[in-house]
Design a protein around this ligand. Sequence first.
Ligand code: IMP
Ligand code: MG
Length: 186
Amino acid sequence: MNEKRASYADLKDELLLTREQIAVRVKEMGAQITRDFQGKDLVVICILKGAVTFFVDLIREIDLPMSMDFMAISSYGSATKSSGVVRILKDLDKPINGKDVLIVEDIVDSGMTLSFLRENLLSRGAASLHIATLLDKPDRRRVQLHVDYFGFLIPDEFVVGYGLDYDEKYRNLPDIGVLKPEIYEK
Ligand code: IMP
Ligand code: MG
C-alpha cells in the first residue's frame, strides 16, 4: 500500500497511474528504445521541467551509449491549455547535427509544443528525430504529430504528479492523478 501525501487531497480519489504501473511501463519503453537505437549516435533530450522525472527513470532503462541534453520551453496559454506559441527558455548545450535525437516529453496534448520542437530540431541537422512521451491525450490533438513511443493513452482530464504540474505544484508526487476541477476552476 502506497502512502498518500497531504496534497493527494487535491486529486480525485482513484489514482490514474500508480508508481508501480509507471515503473513497469518505463522499463518496457527503455527496452524497446535499446533495441531500436543499436549502433546509433544517440542523444536524449529532456524537455524541462515536466519530463524530468520520466527522463531520469527512462535513461536508466536504456542500455546503450548515449549523451543527454536539456531544453526548457514555455508555451503561452491558460494554465491548463497550451496556445502552441512556444518560446525557448533554455537551449541545448551542444549542436545536434548528425545525431540521432530522442525527445523525451511528459505529455502530448494538442501536439503543438512537440510539432514546434520537431521542426526546430530537424532544422539543426539531426540525422533522425524520434519522440518518447509518457502520456498521450489523443482526443485533444489539434495538429498531426507522430509519436514514436508512448507510455499510456489517457482520457481528456488534467493530470498531475510524476513531473507534471498545475501552477508549478504537484511535480514531486510519485504517482499520477487527476486534479479535482475545483482546484483550477477557482
Ligand atoms: P501541447 O502543446 O498542447 O501538446 O501541450 C503539451 C504541454 O502542456 C505539456 O508539456 C504539459 O506541460 C502541458 N500539459 C498538457 N496537458 C497536461 C496535463 O494534463 N497536466 C499537466 N500538464 C499538461
Ligand atoms: Mg511540459
